[in-house]
Design a protein around this ligand. Structure first.
Ligand code: DON
Length: 555
């Protein structure tokens, strides 16, 4: 009976997961060369993609401290080739038990943004250490003592300051507490290029996790130390909050796009919902036959409408009811009905100026020699998170509480507006944009993701479109990007990226353009040719990452 049930399950699942030929090649794309190398080090030692994901993420926690870390959280999309199992590990941070809806409002009811961005009151309970432990227990082949070894080495030996480190530190320097300054600055100054940043305390914390797993972080001395320093500086964490942290295993969102299957982030990421809603609208618009300028117009219009739904409906669905119709093609057809082929619609305008002073977070993509995959987007939210290193643990805490709606209708740091579905409640996860994704059919596979705050979802969307239109990994990461998020009612365009003629075309249709004098995102992509098993990988030229492939000799 059981055998029959298993067989039936395979018959039901297999058609959606497609057979893949393996060439012995593995690929890793991440935001830092040392993190990519940490992943290959672990693959060479007999590890699989999941072991490599532990090594890459822990290395990034050390060498790209602006982007992610043990004090943060994120989403991990997994594909296990042996049984085609696909899940999303949700290690998103949770609001502490003493958090409440109005905790960032002053007595006049105005948002005090400083409190949700800087210092320990901005920090939600981290999830990344729970994910490392879970990956190791349930998916990896090697112990944490092996997979965390490269990160521990980097923490002890230091990593070199780069231009990106300097830029993000310039943005966040004022937010650092004394412990963070001692690690990340040179006295009171931003360290010069090439300075080595050594993190002895973080090495000890990683070693404790390597020995004892998640309990070393969520209970005992390290937990006590973090709570003590958080409370001493005005935060509200308790030891119970840490001990109670729960990793969630979610069913990813699956959507049919052209003749591809997309597998992507479930709530509390808005990504899967919105990308599905955008593609379902495009399907009603004859998108694929249009010329490039027409396509751009339609893309902006579907972005506008999808982000409008985000504002009104999306939040942690363990706490609020999120309407199921959002990913229903019929609903998409309804909201796309009034899209005019040649004229921009109007979102109701926001008075606040859109500012974007720099953001971070990280994404990496891994495919191993046996076809296992990990697409992970991890964050501490702002560059260097809340700027608060907890006591002598070396752990830099996130400021992910700012992803909640501090006040209904009031924009957060990414100018994203949300309402009661995303208000603060104890234990709740803030709505996220992080969207690790797979797209595949029986010919080709795409593994992708990027940081970029509210723009993550539209960047991933454009990455998928470029893939479907036949671009390779390098083309996908290099392509110019545009963004619309309903409010403010502006199309943001990267520079360089869009010609005068393309800009004129959008203006002629009535779009309000905001031409940024810079680029955004840090996309990490792997493309597989399933017939040959050959992999190619690319790291965003906007960043400082490294993507490469290598032959791994199987045991
Ligand atoms: O979860 C989110 O949507 C944000 N905390 C991500 C922040 C981010 O990507 C900043 N990066 N550039």
């Amino acid at each position: 009976m059981r055998l029959l049930a298993t067989l039936l399950l395979y018959v039901l699942i297999l058609p959606a997961s497609f057979a893949q030929h393996h060439s012995g090649q593995a690929a890793i794309a991440s935001a830092h060369p040392l993190a990519t190398e940490a992943g290959f080090e672990v693959l060479q030692q007999g590890g699989n993609a999941f072991d490599a994901a532990i090594a890459v993420s822990a290395a990034l926690a050390v060498v790209e401290p602006a982007g992610s870390g043990l004090g943060g959280g994120g989403f991990w999309l997994l594909h296990r080739e042996a049984d085609k199992k696909q899940v999303m590990l949700d290690s998103r941070e949770t609001a502490p038990s003493k958090a409440h809806r109005d905790m960032y409002l002053d007595k006049n009811g105005d948002v005090v943004r400083d409190l949700s961005l800087n210092g320990p009151l901005a920090a939600a309970i981290p999830g990344t250490p729970a994910a490392l432990d879970y990956l190791s227990q349930h998916y990896g082949k090697l112990p944490l003592s092996v997979t965390l070894a490269p990160a521990i080495r980097y923490a002890r030996e230091g990593f070199a300051v780069t231009p990106r480190y300097q830029r993000y530190m310039g943005f966040r320097q004022q937010a650092l507490n004394p412990e963070a300054k001692a690690i990340f600055l040179d006295g009171d100054n931003i360290p010069v290029l090439g300075t080595r940043i050594v993190q002895q305390d973080l090495a000890k914390t990683l070693e404790a996790i390597a020995q004892k797993g998640r309990d070393a972080f969520y209970q005992g001395e390290i937990a006590k130390q973090m709570v003590k320093s958080v409370q001493a500086a005005g935060g509200i964490w308790t030891e119970q909050d840490l001990a109670a942290y729960q990793l969630k295993i979610r069913q990813p969102v699956k959507t049919q796009i052209a003749d591809y299957t997309m597998t992507t982030a479930a709530l509390p990421s808005a990504g899967g919902q919105l990308i599905t809603l955008m593609f379902n609208q495009l399907n009603t618009l004859d998108y694929w036959q249009a010329d490039a300028q027409q396509k751009r117009h339609w893309l902006i219009e579907v972005m506008r409408r999808a982000y409008r739904e985000r504002t009104m409906h999306l939040g942690d669905d363990d706490f609020v009811e999120v309407p199921e119709y959002l990913i229903d093609p019929e609903y998409a057809a309804q909201i796309a009905k009034d899209i005019a082929p040649d004229t921009a619609s109007k979102s109701e305008a926001l008075s606040d100026e859109f500012t974007n002073k720099g953001q971070d977070t990280t994404h990496f993509s891994i495919v191993d020699q046996n076809g296992n995959r990990v697409s992970a987007t991890l964050s501490i939210n702002y560059p260097f998170g809340s700027g608060f290193v907890a006591g002598n643990t070396g752990v830099l805490l996130n400021d992910e509480m700012d992803d909640f709606s501090a006040l209904s209708g009031s924009p957060n740091a990414y100018q994203l507006v949300s309402e009661s579905a995303n208000e603060i409640e104890p234990g709740k996860r803030p709505l996220s944009s992080m969207t690790p994704t797979f797209v595949e059919n029986d010919q080709r596979l795409l593994v992708l993701g990027t940081p970029g705050g509210g723009r993550i979802i539209t960047m991933v969307m454009q990455g998928i479109l470029h893939f479907i239109e036949g671009q390779d990994a390098a083309g996908i990461v290099a392509a110019p990007r545009l963004h619309h998020q309903y409010l403010p009612d502006k199309v943001q365009l990267e520079t360089p990226g869009f010609s005068e003629a393309d800009q004129l075309d959008l203006k002629r249709r009535g779009h309000q353009l905001e031409v940024l004098n810079r680029q955004f995102g840090n996309m990490q992509v792997i493309v597989a040719d399933k017939k040959t098993g050959l992999l190619s990988a690319a790291s965003d030229p906007r960043g400082e990452g490294l993507a490469r492939t290598d032959i791994i000799i199987n045991d």
